[in-house]
Design a protein around this ligand. Structure first.
Ligand code: FAD
Length: 467
């Protein structure tokens, strides 16, 4: 047999330097492993984690307690499972709940700073969206990786997984900046932390042809490389059929600066004909799915001055930007008018249609029963709907965007990649590369959450499991 020419050898190889990959590197190094991280992009700040809004779901934190919010792991598990329509893998949801508070504390100890308030968003029974500056977060994680003396090689994508005669993963091929391919041996394991596939147009079109018209806003490297490599070894997948855009991006927008979610603060959503088409308290992923069937695949968030003022107060309390708030960028994108008929005119909604929808909605709020869509709360199970009646009135033209793909490689609770129900020895995955955690829909703040929490698990386990 010809020996494979390895160009270098470490215990753990990690593909991707986003939230999951950096957390995996820290944990693997702390467990005593030698680690090498490969990153496809040229810069640290091109990952989804870095360009995200930075809102993360944690339960039972000191910040929740300071805000008088009572939460529990059990409540969080129930919320995530319910939001995912019970299609989630309960073992992954339990693993998240069991490790999330420790991850929150690890991040805080590393120097991550949090907004003093927490927000209630999709799927939550109580506010548990903890906001941080995602660029600070990723820089702090990279600093911790540097402290462990783990090299991160940029512009060096992992292109292939290398297996031995038993099918165990024993290394990777990488494309070096020089254009040469080299082979790196991973004595203990390889962690795929390479994000999702929001920029893999071919795979998305197979799932739903309409996705070719949906804007992708994820990290630039999200071409589904990890998924492709794992599938090449026969790995199973979970939840890919549930990929959906998220309803929150301004119709002309491209980045997270253009995101607004004020229907969770009391706004409603109408289509371009001025008609409501959905229960606004459900997950923005479910709202986006319904919106794909609306004219121009677009809707308007409609709200009044009461909601506007609430959002400004939330912004001041949070101390930084958030989808719940109205900063200068978002205010510039708003249509506003002192009467609903003027707003109809500005938004090009048929005359009288918006007035009719709001009259009907206000009647539902007063009577306590939304006979059209069954809205009973503001977000998830939290808050009470309120009448829309105080001028001026506002409209924010909104579309769905693919910011994350949520489904992907099947893993067990140790983050080992599964093939027909059994782990592929030596192969781990974490973050957006995996499926099974979210189920059919999405509980806010758990995409970054699962990257960080499961990244740590994957790195720690890969370090310990020698072949
Ligand atoms: C605009 C926006 C806002 C968002 N807001 C939120 C939010 O507020 N809360 C929330 O929970 N989620 C949010 N998300 C989703 C969330 O940010 C991601 O799902 C999560 O951060 C993914 O983490 P990750 O580590 O898996 O991927 P990333 O952080 O993207 O890291 C993956 C890295 O792998 C690299 N890579 C890819 N292929 C290879 C390869 N072959 N070899 C080496 N490297 C490779 C990529 O370049 C990338 O740097 C948002 C996403 C976007 C785009």
């Amino acid at each position: 047999m010809i020996a494979i020419p390895w160009s270098s050898e470490v215990d753990v190889v990690i593909a991707g330097a986003g939230g999951a990959g950096l957390e995996a590197a820290i944990e693997a190094a702390l467990a005593g492993a030698s680690v090498l991280v490969f990153e496809k992009q040229a810069r640290l700040l091109e990952s989804s984690t870095a360009i995200s809004v930075g809102r993360i779901s944690f339960a039972c934190t000191e910040i929740q307690k300071q805000n008088g919010i009572e939460d529990s792991n059990d409540l969080m598990i129930r919320d995530i499972m319910e939001t995912g329509h019970y299609k989630n893998d309960p073992e992954l949801v339990q693993a998240y709940a069991a490790n999330q508070l420790d991850t929150f504390r690890q991040l805080t100890n590393l120097g991550v700073r949090w907004s003093p308030t927490v927000s209630a968003l999709a799927g939550m029974s109580v506010p548990r969206g903890h906001l941080t500056d995602p660029i600070d977060l990723i820089r702090i994680l990279k600093r911790a990786v540097d402290v462990q003396k783990v090299p991160v090689l940029f512009q060096t994508p992992v292109t292939e997984l290398i297996t031995d005669q038993n099918g165990s993963v024993i290394g990777v091929s990488v494309l070096e900046r020089s254009g040469l391919t080299s082979r790196v041996r991973a004595r203990n394991g390889v962690v795929l932390a390479s994000g999702g596939f929001a920029r893999d147009a071919q795979r998305l079109t197979i799932i739903d042809a309409r996705f070719s018209k949906v804007v992708a806003t994820s990290g630039a490297g999200h071409h589904g490389d990890g998924l492709r490599m794992a599938l090449g070894l026969g790995a199973s997948t979970r939840d890919i059929e549930f990929v959906q855009p998220s309803f929150e991006l301004h119709a002309n927008g491209v980045t997270s600066d253009d995101i607004l979610i004020l229907y969770y603060q009391g706004g409603i959503i109408v289509n371009t004909l001025g008609k409501r088409f959905v229960n606004e308290s459900i997950s923005y992923k479910d709202i986006a799915r319904v919106c794909l069937d609306q004219p121009r695949m677009m809707g308007f968030q409609i709200f009044d001055q009461t909601v506007f003022e609430k959002a400004v107060v939330a912004q001041q309390a949070a101390g930084q930007g958030s989808p719940m708030t109205l900063d200068a960028v978002k205010i510039r994108m708003l249509l506003s008018a002192t009467t609903l008929s003027e707003l109809e005119d500005k938004a090009d909604i048929p005359s009288g249609a918006l007035q009719q929808s709001i009259d009907r909605y206000n009647h539902f709020v007063t009577s306590g029963i939304d006979v059209d869509f069954g809205r009973q709360s503001l977000a998830g199970k939290y808050g009470s709907p309120q009448r829309i009646e105080k001028p001026p009135f506002y409209a924010f033209a909104t579309i769905g965007h693919l910011l994350a793909t949520y489904g992907g490689i099947a893993v067990d609770k140790e983050m080992q990649v599964l093939r027909n129900g059994s782990p592929i020895p030596g192969l781990y995955a974490a973050g957006e590369a995996i499926g099974g955690f979210h189920g059919a829909s999405y509980h806010s703040g758990t995409a970054i959450g699962k990257a960080l929490v499961f990244g740590r698990l994957a790195g720690g386990n890969a370090a310990l499991h020698k072949h």
